[in-house]
Design a protein around this ligand. Structure first.
Ligand SMILES: N[C@@H](CCC(=O)N[C@@H](CS)C(=O)NCC(=O)O)C(=O)O
Length: 220
């Protein structure tokens, strides 16, 4: 049986890593409030998040009982686990569980984490005249990580099976961060099909328009 639902609060922002969590909450019909915090551009947004997440990042979730959770992959897995009837993630003894945990962690650690440097390469003491080179190398690395993930998988419809999971939501969103979808499509053609399917999910059409619009040139 699924766990009872309550109101979630998400510190998040349009076009950010909070979007797959907001999408999962929507699909689960869990009531949630988003407190906008464009942490990568606004010091006051960082200050708003800081009491709950010392890294001053979004997503930061306040769970119905008041507990705080950070880390997008962990929040998505917790949401799927708390609602086993939703199909949003394989249950503990499901044979797909290992792949689910593997690729959720991979997207977070191998790909998403590089965006902290991309946002400002000076964070790792890259000299101003080397920024472009480092950014190019990071984009290359992200592309390679998508390629390797693609080569390891044979998505039947969604990444792990016939049903959409939070992994599909995660990949659909993180693949829209730099170096943008066109490079992702070329590097990861099988995952590209899944991402396009998630983009076109009618249950999410109004949501994407609000939280990660497909505006002119969005594919990069
Ligand atoms: N490991 C974190 C990364 C979160 C993250 O990098 N969030 C970005 C927005 S998409 C952020 O808040 N950046 C501001 C900063 O790091 O200063 C997660 O998976 O939730």
């Amino acid at each position: 049986m699924d766990t009872p639902v309550g109101q979630w609060t998400i510190y998040g922002a349009a076009c950010s890593g909070s979007v797959p969590i907001e999408a999962a909450l929507l699909l689960l019909q869990i009531p949630y409030t988003v407190i906008e915090a464009v942490t990568w551009a606004e010091p006051e947004a960082q200050a708003r998040v800081a009491p709950f997440n010392p890294l001053r990042q979004v997503p930061t979730a306040i769970l119905p009982g008041g507990d705080v959770m950070t880390e997008s992959a962990a929040i998505l897995i917790a949401l799927a686990d708390a609602h086993p009837g939703s199909g949003l993630g394989p249950a503990l003894y499901d044979p797909a569980r290992a792949a689910f945990l593997r690729w959720m962690s991979y997207v977070s650690s191998a790909i998403y984490s590089l965006h902290w440097i991309l946002a400002d390469p000076e964070r790792i003491a890259v000299p101003a005249d080397a920024k472009e080179t480092v950014t190019g190398a990071l984009y290359q690395r992200i592309e390679t990580c998508w390629r390797l993930m693609d080569q390891a998988l044979e998505p039947p419809q969604y990444i792990l099976g016939p049903v959409l999971t939070v992994l599909d939501l995660y990949v659909a969103v993180v693949s829209r961060f730099g170096p943008w979808r066109r490079r992702f499509y070329a590097a990861a053609p099988k995952l590209a099909q899944v991402a396009r399917r998630v983009d076109a999910d009618p249950r999410l059409a109004a949501f994407w328009a609000r939280r990660y619009p497909f505006e002119e040139g969005w594919e990069g």
